[in-house]
Design a protein around this ligand. Structure first.
Ligand code: ADP
Ligand code: MG
Ligand code: MG
Length: 212
């Protein structure tokens, strides 16, 4: 049910927060190479706010209501580009997952595809621009194909998270064409995009949870 999915989402937001807070310094250092160094702080604050908003909703709230509240809090409190994009993506994910029946691989995959489209639309980035989309696109593709082949959700998530992690590391060879890192594009060469790395960290955390 949507309520059960909302309970799961609450738990996963807290796990994502723990993982990001633990890596906040290294995400900040990565963002300091060509950006403004606030990616670890912004992601931590955003996730803290999302967790707080999710836990202040009544127990019977559905997935869409929960993730909309969490996403709005994330955008508002985190500030920054990644906060606006993650916040909007969370709301879209919740709405589409609810419409698709909230649980199971197909609902999750449809919601990921919609969140990816929302981020692309809001941020205007394309594949190869060295943004979080460079991890999210392969994640979406791998998840969709694993689900289409009938893989269990945990297996599909594991494969998709591995695709995201590999792709996040591969952004090191790209020059940023969007966001704050663009003016210092040459400095960024040889280092992965912070938003792609934090995306991979979060989906690896979800995959670990699903595997356990
Ligand atoms: P800010 O750049 O506002 O300081 P953050 O440091 O939190 O925000 O996030 C930076 C990350 O946001 C980048 O590493 C990149 O992954 C992502 N990003 C920046 N601009 C865009 C965009 N237009 N579309 C998608 N992602 C973007
Ligand atoms: Mg930044
Ligand atoms: Mg900033």
């Amino acid at each position: 049910s949507s309520q059960r999915a909302a309970e799961t989402a609450r738990e996963l937001l807290a796990l994502a927060r723990d993982a990001v807070v633990e890596q906040a310094d290294s995400l900040g250092a990565l963002d300091a190479i060509a950006g403004d160094g606030d990616h670890g702080i912004g992601m931590s604050r955003g996730l803290e706010a999302a967790v707080a908003a999710a836990s202040s909703l009544p127990a019977g709230a559905g997935l869409s209501a929960l993730l909309t509240a969490a996403g709005e809090a994330w955008s508002e409190i985190a500030g920054g580009t990644s906060g606006a994009l993650w916040g909007a993506a969370l709301s879209t994910f919740g709405r589409v997952a609810d419409d698709a029946g909230a649980q199971g691989g197909e609902a999750v995959s449809a919601a990921v595809t919609a969140a990816r489209a929302r981020i692309a639309q809001l941020g205007g980035a394309e594949a190869g621009d060295k943004t979080m989309l460079d991890a999210l696109l392969p994640f979406d593709v791998a998840l969709r194909s694993a689900v289409a082949e009938g893989a269990p959700v945990a297996t599909a998530l594991r494969q998709a998270a591995s695709a995201a992690s590999g792709a996040a590391q591969e952004t090191a060879s790209l020059r940023p064409r969007k966001g704050r890192a663009r003016p210092l594009a040459e400095k960024s060469l040889g280092h992965p995009d912070p938003g792609a790395v934090s995306f991979a960290l979060i989906v690896e955390t979800l995959a670990d949870w699903a595997d356990a």
